[in-house]
Write a protein that binds this ligand. Structure first.
Ligand code: 13P
Length: 291
């Protein structure tokens, strides 16, 4: 059985200087493709669902798919709930069998972020072997990326990061460093690599305790990914790229085969294209062969 939580595989990654890819999926084909890629490259992997798809299918259905697929996979597989702002839904997914939960109270004032995050941490640790991700600062959409990257106040403050991690007991930590969700509007987005390195040193300098998460993977240039790896990024989140892969692949296939009515063929090309995209990420974060 290859059920794992994010903390254990990320500590291993951070110690050895690679990262674990974390891929947002919205359907079964993407779910299978991400695990196919992990198996083929012998990579540990995190499958993520946002709250909307989780509610659409039902947490119990997604957990059943997860357990079935992970059980057959000879690599560690995590099921992570991404960016959940609702404490009750975090708890529901923990009860259902997600192995990593992200409570995202980053829009709240600092003290309230701590209170909400700690409540989810305490709950998840009590339920069982479930790790929790918390976030500090603003990881917004790409529309705001430049503004956020240039505004110190919206990025994670290193001192506050240490206080946040200590007081919440969070297992893995996502500090805002200027990355954003979506496709970056500029080729060279401004990212505060030094801030990530400083936070990593303060939290993990004496041995890896709280591995760090990089949000907004889509569109990051490869040299940025290497710098973020060196600065302590141990989980890279990728969502938009897989959505584009799914929709563009379906569109192109259907356009070229307008008279064909065989959904299985569409699924097959989407699964292949998604697997290829995920494998490329696994190479970039250097997780290949690590499972
Ligand atoms: P992208 O959509 O930019 O890949 O970001 C994904 C993410 O950070 C999910 O939490």
């Amino acid at each position: 059985m290859s059920i794992a939580n994010a903390k254990e595989i990320m500590i291993e990654a951070a110690k050895k200087g690679y990262a674990v890819g974390a891929f947002n999926v919205t359907d079964l084909i993407q779910f299978e493709a991400v695990i196919d890629a992990a198996v083929e490259t012998k990579s540990p992997v995190i499958v993520q669902t946002s709250v909307k798809p989780s509610q659409f299918y039902g947490a119990d259905v997604l957990v059943a798919i997860y357990r079935t697929l992970a059980q057959k996979a000879p690599v560690p597989v995590v099921l992570h709930l991404d960016h959940c702002t609702d404490i009750d839904y975090c708890k529901k997914c923990a009860d259902a069998g997600y192995t990593n939960i992200m409570i995202d109270a980053s829009k709240q004032p600092f003290e309230e972020n701590i209170r909400q995050t700690k409540e989810v941490v305490d709950y998840c640790h009590n339920v069982g072997d479930i790790s929790v991700e918390g976030e500090l600062g603003t990881v917004g959409g790409v529309e705001d990326q430049i503004k956020v990257a240039e505004d110190e106040a919206q990025l994670a403050n290193p001192q506050q990061s240490v206080e946040f991690v200590e007081r919440t007991g969070v297992d893995i930590f996502a500090p805002a460093i200027g990355t954003a969700h979506g496709v970056y509007k500029t080729k060279n987005p401004k990212i505060d690599f030094d801030r990530l390195a400083t936070i990593n040193k303060m939290l993990n300098g004496g041995g890896i305790k709280t591995p760090l998460v990089v949000h907004g993977g889509t569109g990051l240039p490869e040299d940025y990914i290497k710098k973020l790896l060196a600065a302590g990024g141990a989980k890279f989140n990728v969502s938009t790229e897989l959505k584009h892969t799914l929709i563009d692949t379906k569109y192109e296939y259907i356009t070229a085969h307008r008279d064909e009515y065989d959904p299985g063929k569409i699924d097959k090309v989407v699964r292949e294209a998604t697997k290829k995209a995920v494998m490329h990420w696994m190479e970039m974060v250097e997780s290949v062969g690590k499972a």
